[in-house]
Design a protein around this ligand. Structure first.
Ligand SMILES: Cc1ncc(COP(=O)(O)O)c(C=O)c1O
Length: 406
């Protein structure tokens, strides 16, 4: 019995020893081992050199369009707009979802801070919700019960009965690449007339019921940050199946400049958010390798699962049912009896050159979001104390490192 049964009394060192040997069996002996480093083994050099040779390095150029087309083909989402980073993509998603000052936007407390910041950029308030112990994303059943309590439909707008503010949108986040319960959450949003946005920053290459994530939200955001499954250095994209929204996203991310050969006429306050061609070139080469990256990361997940199968102090978080995760980050969840050893584990691993990390500080504990409206956060609080993110690069534990990074 690995989880849930009574555990023998062991010293901290004795408890950590099987975790360390499981890690070492997957990672091999080379040190340090990064949490997540990029892997450049395709045509990156050719495409970037092409930009330099032709002088097309900035926000206009063929690689931007090519990257967008490749994203559309891979995800099956009709429109992709490449932008400077995932945070900017989320900001645009919120703006186009109609989020305005005074609104509240539901989002999970267990997320990277960009999810909440994008809402704040619109002058709106994050309304923080708890997560599921299975998906680590927004818990559909608990959110349904919560909305039953606090939400009220007036015409086509949903209001928070307590604050009187519109509950404009829900941002779901696919934590560590594991898809959230999209069908149930989309249904809930339909019922309450709340716009669904997917923060798929970590989930390029992840599928829910055989469809790529990003199809359930009216708008979705992905990230190509250096630590993501594919990188453009810095970059991201807005995905949507709505042609009119895609057109508005393009306009909004290019300073709302009206098309003209030389005149500078801008018809609204907008943003310089378009991805430069140089970054897009890197992204094109990376996207060509995405199917291979996903299968290598899924194979790494299997190696972790296998190595930890006999470790009583914790287990590796598995992809939820009906999903196919990209396993962007593999995560060890400590047994409840061993949560107090999380920091000792982090310190021991760091000292040995294994660069593990805790989960993010929960949004409701950050100073700027401490006073936001929220529900009971017991699951996220439990998870945060017990999760340890493990090295998960495409080449982690393999003999061929292939990466240009030291
Ligand atoms: C869940 C989540 N949302 C948003 C972002 C923001 O993406 P970026 O760093 O490209 O701005 C990230 C990652 O960095 C993320 O993990």
């Amino acid at each position: 019995m690995l989880h849930g049964g009574s555990l023998p009394h062991l010293t901290p060192e004795e408890t950590l020893a099987p975790i360390l040997s499981a890690l070492e069996s997957v990672l091999g002996s080379a040190r340090p081992v990064a949490l997540h480093q990029p892997h450049f083994a395709g045509r990156e050099w050719d495409y970037v050199k092409d930009c330099l040779d032709t002088g097309w390095v900035s926000s206009v150029g063929a690689y931007v369009t090519r990257l967008e087309t490749a994203l559309q083909d891979y995800t099956g989402v009709a429109h992709a707009l490449a932008v400077v980073n995932g945070t900017a993509a989320l900001h645009v998603c919120c703006l186009l979802a109609g989020v305005i000052a005074g609104d509240e936007v539901l989002l999970p407390t267990l997320t990277f801070v960009a999810t909440a910041n994008a809402v704040s950029y619109c002058g709106a308030t994050p309304h923080l919700v708890d997560v599921s112990p299975v998906t680590l994303g927004v818990d559909a059943i608990r959110l349904a019960a919560y909305l039953e309590d606090i939400a009220e439909l007036r015409g086509d707008t949903c209001y928070n009965r307590t604050t009187g503010h519109p509950l404009r949108a829900l941002i779901v986040m696919h934590t560590f690449g594991h898809p959230a319960e999209l069908d149930a959450l989309a249904e809930l949003c339909r019922r309450y007339r709340i716009v669904l946005i997917e923060d798929a920053a970590e989930a390029l290459g992840s599928f829910y019921r055989d469809q790529h994530v990003g199809q359930w939200g009216l708008l979705s955001a992905v990230s190509f940050n250096g630590n993501k499954i594919v990188t453009t250095g810095g970059g991201g994209a807005v995905l949507t199946n709505d042609a009119a929204l895609a057109q508005r996203a393009r306009h909004l991310t290019t300073t709302a400049k009206q098309p003209h050969p030389w005149a500078f006429v801008h018809d609204q306050v907008a943003y310089n958010y378009r991805l430069p061609n140089l970054n897009a070139a890197l992204g094109c080469a990376q996207l060509e390798q995405l199917p291979d990256f996903v299968s290598r990361k899924r194979a790494l997940a299997q190696r972790y699962q296998h190595a930890f199968a006999a470790v009583a102090a914790g287990h590796i978080v598995n992809e939820p049912q009906d999903t196919r995760s990209n396993y962007w980050l593999n995560v060890l969840q400590l047994h409840p009896a061993y949560g107090h050893l999380r920091d000792a584990l982090l310190e021991t691993c760091q000292a040995r050159g294994i660069l593990v990390r805790p989960a993010w500080e929960l949004m409701h504990r950050l100073p700027m979001y401490r006073d936001c409206p929220r529900m009971d956060m017991s699951t996220a609080e439990h998870l945060e104390r017990h999760l340890v993110c493990l090295p998960s690069s495409v080449d982690t534990g393999s003999v061929d490192t292939g990466s240009e990074h030291a």
